[in-house]
Design a protein around this ligand. Structure first.
Ligand code: ASP
Length: 341
């Protein structure tokens, strides 16, 4: 049977047009986007589409956008074999990570893509990205006879696990990377899937969770950061989880004032998750004395999670109402392949 695919258009450069007066790019509608790709009719898949009422530049993305996408996939889950989401590149890795956590028990492919140049432009990368994404979303369910599926990003010849991906270039067509996990497929003359690296069969039934909470803060360390800056970061009483972006394998300052302040925050129920500022490699608390001190006061190590995965995972788990103790455990355990244990 021919695969049936739903394209969900959220906005992003792929569908943008240039404002003749200001010359800046602004989101445009799905009909325009699809008109520019008559090739879609040559697929022998059934392709349907759905669009946000007002397509956005993804730099305006919010947890509401993720919830909305979760709802669309939930409401159409039985009708489609796979989903392709057209999204701006700027926050694509955040949306991919958020959806990977929220679509529990997903057993169909969700492929997110976009482009660096609008689809109406001669040298656009959008056509190949969209056409290959559709092909991948339609092919995967035929390859996986069992319950396997995950949220991926397809861009410029590579299919990546969504929650392992980062946007690494504003310039190149090869705009995304998955620094700590192999590509799931490489698209050249043939589409070569690396089936062993896809998530294994899911035992749990599909359960779409729409709740995200925004009670998260970020402490980005740099040499010379003052205690005033550190204290200001923790000044919002509503925030419950803090992502602390550290140097190297999880290191940072260890002066008494800094450590005592963080320990005080942990004792009052705040959760601090240590994520490295490096793209590659992992946090290993205890490898050096400095990160050993963090471990001692109760900071938890985020291993090789990307910042995008860490923050959306925190927002997702907070949305499910977990206590600080539960959060400490759950943030360091993989939900769907976002970290290597
Ligand atoms: N600012 C755009 C967006 O994220 C960039 C893009 O799509 O590449 O929507």
């Amino acid at each position: 049977m021919n695969a049936t695919i739903l394209i969900i258009y959220t906005g992003g450069t792929i569908g943008m047009i240039q404002d003749p007066k200001t010359l800046s790019l602004k989101p445009f509608n799905l009909a325009h986007l699809l008109e520019t790709i008559p090739e879609l009719e040559r697929f022998n898949f059934n392709i349907h589409s759905s669009s946000f009422d007002e397509p956005i530049d993804s730099s305006n993305a919010t947890p509401e956008l993720w919830s909305h996408l979760v709802s669309i996939i939930h409401d159409n889950y039985e009708k489609y074999d796979g989903f392709v989401i057209l999204h701006g590149t700027d926050t694509m890795a955040y949306t991919a990570s958020a959806l990977s956590f929220a679509l529990e028990g997903l057993s169909k492919p969700v492929v997110i893509t976009g482009s660096q140049l609008p689809i109406g432009m001669l040298r656009t990368d959008g056509k190949e990205n969209l056409i290959s994404s559709i092909e991948i979303a339609a092919t995967l369910p035929q390859i996986f006879a069992e319950n396997r599926g995950e949220v991926c990003i397809y861009f410029d010849g590579f299919l990546f696990r969504g929650n392992r991906t980062i946007k690494s270039s504003t310039q190149h067509f090869e705009a995304f990377e998955s620094p700590n996990f192999p590509a799931l497929a490489e698209v050249g003359v043939d589409v070569k899937f690396d089936l062993d690296h896809f998530l294994q069969k899911r035992d749990e039934p599909f359960n779409a969770k729409k709740e995200f909470a925004d009670a998260v803060g970020v402490l980005y360390l740099f040499p010379g950061i003052t205690m005033d800056t550190v204290k200001a970061t923790f000044s919002n009483p509503k925030n419950q989880v803090y992502i602390m972006c550290t140097f190297g394998s999880g290191n940072g300052p260890t002066d008494d004032e800094f450590l005592e302040f963080l320990e005080f925050q942990i004792n009052r129920g705040k959760v601090i998750l240590n994520i490295t500022q490096c793209d590659r490699g992992a946090v290993d608390q205890g490898k050096y004395e400095s990160s050993g001190a963090y471990k001692k006061i109760g900071i938890i190590g985020g291993l090789d999670m990307t910042f995008e995965a860490a923050i959306t995972k925190a927002m997702f788990l907070l949305g499910q109402g977990f206590s600080s103790e539960e959060l400490k455990y759950k943030l360091t355990e993989p939900i769907c392949g976002e970290l290597s244990t």
